[in-house]
Design a protein around this ligand. Structure first.
Ligand code: DLL
Length: 435
């Protein structure tokens, strides 16, 4: 039997949900039109007024907002309230040159923490749990969001932030943590460190992990579940929409329920902008229904996924999204072929390797090259040189079948690929450096 944080809304009928969404949308569009000049100008240009939006069925009339708009309007251009009413900012690291700064009123924080609390309860969390938050704290939304959600559930919250992995494990043992929240790549690293410390999952009390902020495969999920002795749940979100908790997994572990009372989701064709029917693969677009300080209408996430309203055994009625298959801008085009890093990860784990890998793309004499560096475990490393080069061949073949192009595989010594404590960097595209 499932537990819910806010049962009434989490199990509301689809009709009731739609009515709630429609009512909120009408209000949100008015709020934005009256307070956000940047978006009002976009609506005026399209010839849409708030009066044209009477229900969710009218959503398609509104213009899209993109990352480029966020950049243009930086920092205050999309504010929906007076700065005086804002109590917090959070931000992306901006390593890709696209820093996003999001603003929150106290009410925005309250609703965001509710979303994270729903995720923790869906992962089995109660006020009897000890929740270790090992997402980064600070400007990144991971630490703050899950910290707030954990308080709301009443868990004993360990605000560890990321890093200092042995200390994480010591706290985990001493304070009997039962839930861990961090990026999946950091969870894999914690699992690896646990083993190196001579410990097994039996030496810790973890039962669940809430992992997100980066793409991870089903294969990686199983690896983490085994190495930490837990059930691993996915959580999704982005700074622009508050942070983690826009969508979360339940015990079915088959896609993430979108908190539809706060976020209206659409899937569009990324090329044409056409709205696609349920079940189609495309770009995820969100409209915030309650956000005051940083309201976003029809915001294009660039994340590619599929939505489904298939009945879920957990009893939640919120629509589900599949794991994002990487962002549309994460997709590599190598010799004309579309390659997602997640495809490479799937092959690696199936073939018995870990998720410690690095993809390097370059261009030599006008031809794209794909090199995949894969770390061996100490056991695999004891193989002879001949065995290792045979392994490289087998792996390259398996990747060719998956990707349709030939990569060069390099098996490298244990501990030579940098571990991640936050979002893993798995692709180096050197072509961009030459351009
Ligand atoms: O990563 C918020 C977050 C924190 C989500 C902690 C989950 C847990 P940003 O740094 O703005 O925000 O990055 C957002 O990360 O557009 C996706 O491309 C990716 N992403 C987030 N969650 C997942 C996930 C946070 N579960 C961007 N699976 C998003 C795959 C994810 N990708």
């Amino acid at each position: 039997m499932s537990n819910y944080f806010q049962p009434e809304i989490e199990t509301a009928s689809v009709e009731d949900l739609k009515a709630i969404q429609s009512e909120k949308l009408v209000k949100q569009v008015k709020h934005v039109y009256e307070n956000v000049k940047y978006y009002r100008d976009m609506m005026d240009e399209k010839g849409v007024t708030p009066d044209d939006i009477k229900s969710v069925d009218d959503l398609h009339k509104l213009p899209f907002l993109t990352k480029a708009d966020l950049r243009d309007a930086y920092p205050y251009g999309l504010l929906g309230t007076n700065l005086k009413d804002c109590v917090r900012i959070q931000s992306t690291s901006g390593t890709t040159g696209r820093r996003v700064v999001a603003f929150y009123t106290q009410n925005d924080i309250n609703l965001w923490e509710d979303c994270c609390a729903r995720a923790i309860v869906a992962a089995g969390g109660t006020d009897g749990d000890v929740c270790q938050v090992a997402y980064g704290y600070g400007l990144f939304t991971g630490g703050a969001g899950l910290n707030g959600g954990s308080h709301k559930v009443g868990c004993l919250t360990l605000p560890m932030s990321s890093g200092n992995t042995e200390r994480q494990i010591q706290f985990m043992q001493d304070l009997h943590s039962t839930i861990i929240c961090c990026t999946p790549s950091y969870a894999a690293y914690i699992g690896e460190t646990l083993k190196e410390m001579g410990l097994t999952p039996d030496d810790i009390d973890l039962k669940a992990g809430i992992f997100g902020a980066e793409p991870w495969t089903e294969e990686m999920r199983r690896d983490i579940e085994k190495s930490l002795g837990i059930k691993a749940y996915d959580i999704y979100g982005l700074t622009e929409t508050s942070g983690p908790g826009v969508a979360f997994e339940c015990e079915e572990q088959s896609g993430m329920h979108i908190n539809e009372d706060h976020f209206l989701a659409e899937i569009i064709d990324p090329e044409t902008g056409e709205v696609l029917p349920e079940g189609s693969k495309g770009e995820l677009v969100f409209t915030s229904l309650d956000k005051e300080a940083f309201p976003l209408l029809r915001y294009r996430t660039r994340d590619i996924c599929v939505l489904s309203r298939k009945k879920c055994s957990c009893g939640r009625t919120f629509i589900k999204m599949t794991k994002p298959m990487g962002r549309s801008d994460d997709m590599l085009i190598i010799r004309g072929v579309n390659v997602f890093p997640s495809q490479i990860e799937t092959v690696l784990i199936k073939e018995g390797y870990t998720s410690n890998y690095l993809i390097e793309v370059d261009r030599e004499r006008n031809t794209d090259t794909l090199d995949v560096y894969v770390e061996l475990t100490p056991e695999q490393f004891s193989d002879t040189v001949k065995e290792i080069s045979a392994r490289e061949k087998t792996l390259a073949n398996a990747m060719k079948i998956m990707l349709g192009i030939n990569p060069k595989v390099h098996l490298v010594a244990p501990k030579t690929i940098t571990r991640s404590e936050g979002k893993a960097v798995r692709v180096i595209d050197k072509r961009k450096l030459h351009d």
